[in-house]
Design a protein around this ligand. Structure first.
Ligand SMILES: [Zn+2]
Length: 290
């Protein structure tokens, strides 16, 4: 028995996992491997406890291992200097407190040493399964998808979800461009377009090609909105851009974590436009639509 993304840590989640395994006729003792597509606590959280309880080995991508180490480093809190970042983003003083609280959420993840690290193109050494590792950075810097070519399955983590648009750049290594990486990673799945997708949230689905296109268009819409604001806003802070963009929940509905995420996404799109990388993707989309 091998698990991918066992989910949140904690006793309640462990109980739920044991119950769920029981439903399909297994016990926790049968678990030999826990694989995490990326370091977020709703995917990786339970891995350490499963290893502790039954000795399962933990597998993580080597890039994501580096991202996790960076995110959980003791010096991280100082490096981040949240108040300075909020000021740089131009967050009004009466909104800073709720954002300060939301930054604490990343503390929910602990550092962890995997038993095995994996890299792009490698095959996982799991006897009866033949899983290829496809590095798909974007959501996080070292996110991977696992592909079972024999069964025509893609375990997609948070890279591709059927309805939700996952955030980009939620844990990255320095000097990377998460949007550019994300679009490149979506293209990387094209050979598996007719495979069934098993995502980390929601439900399994077929129709990867259409979903990849929807996701790219969703993000490029925001890139275009940001690009259109540049002539008037110039190097105004992120806040000034964010409040003029179109958000599903409406700008006034943005609070706490969601406001934090919106500002982070806006910052990424602004950088994407400023570096000139956005042009290539916008012109690819334009030529496809034309
Ligand atoms: Zn995630």
């Amino acid at each position: 028995m091998h698990l991918i993304d066992p989910g949140w840590g904690g006793e309640a989640a462990m109980g739920e996992l044991e119950r769920s395994l029981g439903v399909i006729g297994y016990s926790l003792d049968a678990v030999e491997t826990v694989i995490a597509t990326h370091f977020h606590p709703d995917h990786l959280g339970l891995c350490a406890a499963v290893r502790e309880q039954v000795g399962a080995r933990i597998i993580l991508s080597s890039t994501e291992r580096a991202v996790l180490a960076q995110e959980t480093a003791p010096s991280r809190a100082d490096e981040l200097d949240v108040p300075a970042q909020l000021t740089r983003w131009g967050v009004p003083s009466d909104r800073q407190d709720e954002l300060l609280a939301s930054f604490g959420r990343s503390a929910e993840v602990d550092d962890l040493e995997p038993d095995l690290t994996m890299q792009h193109g490698e095959r996982l050494p799991i006897a009866e399964h033949d899983l290829e590792i496809i590095e798909t950075p974007g959501h996080t810097g070292g996110h991977v998808c696992l592909v079972d070519h024999r069964r025509h399955l893609v375990y997609s983590g948070d890279h591709v979800l059927p309805r939700i648009f996952a955030g980009i750049g939620l844990g990255t290594l320095p000097d990377t461009d998460p949007l550019h990486d994300y679009f490149t990673s979506l293209d990387r799945l094209a050979p598996m377009d007719d495979y069934q997708v098993l995502p980390g949230h929601e439900f399994r689905f077929i129709g990867l090609e259409g979903r990849r296109e929807e996701i790219v268009n969703h993000h490029l819409r925001r890139t275009r909105e940001v690009a259109a604001l540049v002539p008037t806003l110039g190097d105004a802070p992120v806040w000034e851009y964010a409040r003029r963009l179109t958000w599903t929940a409406g700008w006034d509905g943005m609070h706490d974590f969601w406001l934090h995420s919106a500002l982070r996404q806006t910052e990424l799109h602004k950088e994407f436009v400023e570096t000139g990388r956005a042009e290539r993707w916008l012109s690819v989309a334009a030529s496809r639509d034309g």
